[in-house]
Design a protein around this ligand. Structure first.
Ligand SMILES: [Zn+2]
Ligand SMILES: [Zn+2]
Length: 135
């Protein structure tokens, strides 16, 4: 997502946009973006600085690390960034900052629910829905 610097003035302006999975490039084998990530951004220029308030929302299909079932997680996040206009020629690319923000907040463990029982290491049964006879 590119924002033209020229559009950003002293008065805050709102810009909406979308970032596709390939542009965002955060997919892993166990977490995939569904559709596009939506961005609402309020931008304001203060002398040589651009203040940007981001609101992002997106959905991901995630594979539970315990039971290997897939589940959908909807996420929202709000954050503020400051840019120096001297660092940009005529447009601001915000994809890297949004990607970094998402990766920073990425959960250590991907679980369909906090008490997911996982699969039996012996017979492979999903212990959330079935019980097995293994000891
Ligand atoms: Zn699970
Ligand atoms: Zn078992």
């Amino acid at each position: 997502m590119q924002i033209e610097i020229e559009k950003i003035r002293d008065e805050p302006i709102a810009i909406e946009g979308e970032i596709s999975a390939s542009e965002l490039d955060i997919d892993t084998s166990d977490a995939k973006l569904i559709g596009n990530l939506k961005v609402n951004c309020s931008l304001q220029r203060i002398i040589r600085e651009i203040l940007a308030d981001f609101e992002i929302s997106f959905s991901r299909e995630i594979m539970c690390s315990r039971c290997l079932n897939k589940y959908i997680e909807n996420s929202q996040d709000k954050f503020r960034m400051a840019y120096n206009t001297a660092d940009f020629a005529d447009s601001l690319n915000v994809n890297d900052d949004i990607r970094e923000r998402i990766l920073l907040n990425f959960p250590m463990k991907l679980l369909c629910k906090t008490d997911c029982k996982g699969i039996c290491p012996n017979c492979g049964v999903d212990l959330n829905s079935e019980q097995c006879q293994c000891k």
